[in-house]
Design a protein around this ligand. Structure first.
Ligand code: SF4
Length: 202
């Protein structure tokens, strides 16, 4: 009687886990390439879901943080954006990896997607969900993962600028992968600010 129990437990383990990529592949289920199984483990969904629940606070915090980064523009400029890219990318990867399961696409959309990273969608959709969201709000490809776009809608409802979710996102520019969004947004904001100052002078 004990043996079938062990076999059933093993089967249940195979069916359940996104964390066990090889076992999952053995069931014939889709396994995205280049994805570390440990980064899709269940506790990450917990942190991810926390970020969505607290999207308003994170929006406020990010705005302060972006202001600080912009304030430091002369420093980044003096050192050289190219030189600070590596350490800042390192920090960004770890902080956003923990909070959002960030995939370092380099063109962050979190402010427009309720703090739910769209790059965690197995189809990497940047403009809303596919037609396959399950009745329980989970992904059709990763059955135990909450659909990132269902979460994005929830998160955006809490945010001051939640309507940004309606903006059409450009296709992902693959050449920006593994680069720092923080620095790019700062450099762009500084360039805009300088252009405005020049216009005023003219
Ligand atoms: S949108 Fe891109 S940069 Fe932002 S959290 Fe997702 S992968 Fe990271």
């Amino acid at each position: 009687m004990a043996e079938p129990k062990v076999a059933n437990a093993a089967e249940a383990k195979i069916v359940k886990g996104n964390a066990a990529a090889a076992a999952k592949a053995a069931t014939g289920a889709f396994t995205p390439s280049g994805v570390s199984p440990s980064r899709r483990s269940r506790h990450k969904y917990t942190v991810r879901l926390w970020a969505v629940r607290n999207s308003r606070f994170l929006e406020w915090f990010y705005n302060r943080f972006a202001d600080l980064f912009l304030l430091l523009h002369p420093l980044w400029n003096a050192i050289g954006y190219g030189r600070v890219e590596r350490p800042v990318t390192f920090v960004e990867r770890h902080v956003k990896g923990f909070l959002f399961d960030c995939r370092m696409c380099g063109q962050c959309a979190l402010s427009s997607t309720g703090m739910s990273c769209p790059m965690n969608c197995p189809k990497q959709l940047r403009n809303g969900p596919c037609g396959g969201v399950r009745a329980n709000g989970n992904c059709e490809v990763e059955p135990d993962m909450p659909c990132v776009w269902v979460q994005a809608w929830k998160g955006s409802q809490n945010m001051t600028k939640g309507d940004a979710i309606l903006n059409v996102q450009k296709p992902v520019n693959q050449s920006l992968r593994e680069t720092s969004s923080w620095l790019r947004v700062t450099a762009e904001a500084a360039a805009r600010r300088e252009a405005q100052a020049k216009e005023k002078q003219a």
